[in-house]
Design a protein around this ligand. Structure first.
Ligand code: ADP
Ligand code: MG
Length: 309
């Protein structure tokens, strides 16, 4: 027995000669908070739009909540809440009017309206702003309102396309607290994100690259896939430092994040000593040398670097 709620087999979408989604096999279990990550153009939006029944499949099969995506997409639409990256709220309508509008187009029974809107307003911490026009909300509040509108018909599955892109860090965290609550309540969510700290909050993450699912596992396991250990140095001469140390024996890979030079090495302690010595010898000033935990960001960049080579 499996409690999968979404299953795709060879899911494919082709636009002329672009394989936007290329033979995707994906199983999402009921109640998962699943993160979809990948570089721009990887196929995240197309995947979500296919699952939302907004695009026709070029090939393959998919079932969503037991319905066949090819034949029963209308039944599927009732079960899902899809939030597009450019979610269109009505700027001239108030917070409450937006909620009512989405309730109406989604056939929410009139008698349930009051309770649902009140709950959602509370949930999204928008109660104080009920009568403010959507166009006058901050970016973060607009995203929360968009999510509330997506939830108004109580969908079993949420498909959220980069819901926090361009949002300030505090609103981003608030938004994710809401997603975590929904997760705890049993909602199944697929969320695409360019932010690796967000990927870390998912129960499982799929990395999509050129339309293909490259890895799909829990954040812990994805990080454990990375060979060796990570050492970190902070230096304003990071370019010089990188060139100097990336080919030393025992150094598997070098990544830079601003002034931070992250080196994947066979052995953390040994690597730290060896690189410290090399930098010192060559007069490169640095600080904050340490063996550092691997983050999702390094794991994914490493995977993508290996794919591109
Ligand atoms: N409507 C479309 N017509 C033609 N090409 C498209 C269309 N939508 C997406 N693509 C192409 O499909 C690929 C995947 O796009 P998309 O799913 O938007 O990626 P992502 O969301 O990961 O950035 C890209 O190469 C993109 O240019
Ligand atoms: Mg996209």
């Amino acid at each position: 027995m499996t409690d999968s709620i979404i299953t795709t087999t060879g899911l494919t979408k082709t636009f002329r000669d672009t394989h936007a989604v290329d033979a995707l096999d994906l199983t999402i279990n009921s109640g998962e908070l699943f993160g979809l990550v990948g570089p721009d153009g990887a196929g995240k939006t197309t995947t979500l739009r296919l699952l939302a029944g907004l695009l026709t499949l070029s090939d393959g099969e998919a079932t969503v909540t037991g319905y066949d995506l090819r034949k029963e997409s209308e039944s599927i639409k009732k079960k899902i809440g899809y939030m597009a990256q450019q979610f269109s709220l009505y700027a001239e309508l108030t917070v409450l009017e937006n909620l009512r509008f989405f309730a109406e187009i989604n056939d929410v029974p009139k008698k349930e309206m009051a309770e649902r809107t009140e709950n959602l307003l509370q949930f999204a911490r928008l109660t104080e702003f009920t009568n403010r026009r959507a166009g006058h909300l901050s970016g973060g509040m607009q995203k929360k309102l968009a999510l509330a509108c997506t939830l108004i018909h109580e969908p079993k599955i949420l498909l959220l396309d980069e819901p926090t892109t361009g949002v300030d860090p505090i609103s981003r965290r608030e938004f994710w607290d809401i997603l975590t609550n929904l997760h705890l309540e049993g909602t199944t969510t697929i969320v695409s994100t360019p932010y690796m700290d967000e990927a870390d909050r998912c129960s499982r993450v799929g990395l999509i690259y050129e339309g293909k699912l490259v890895i799909c596992d829990s954040p812990r396991k994805i990080k454990a896939e990375l060979p060796g250990e990570m050492v970190e140095f902070l230096t304003s001469e990071w370019q010089k430092a990188k060139t100097l140390v990336e080919n030393l024996p025992g150094v598997l890979e070098a990544q830079t994040y601003g002034e931070a030079l992250h080196l994947l090495v066979e052995d953390g302690d040994k690597g730290l000593k060896q690189i410290t010595k090399a930098l010192t010898k060559n007069g490169i000033k640095f600080r904050g040398a340490r063996v550092a935990p691997v983050r999702m960001e390094e794991a994914f960049i490493s995977l993508i670097q290996r794919l591109e080579n």
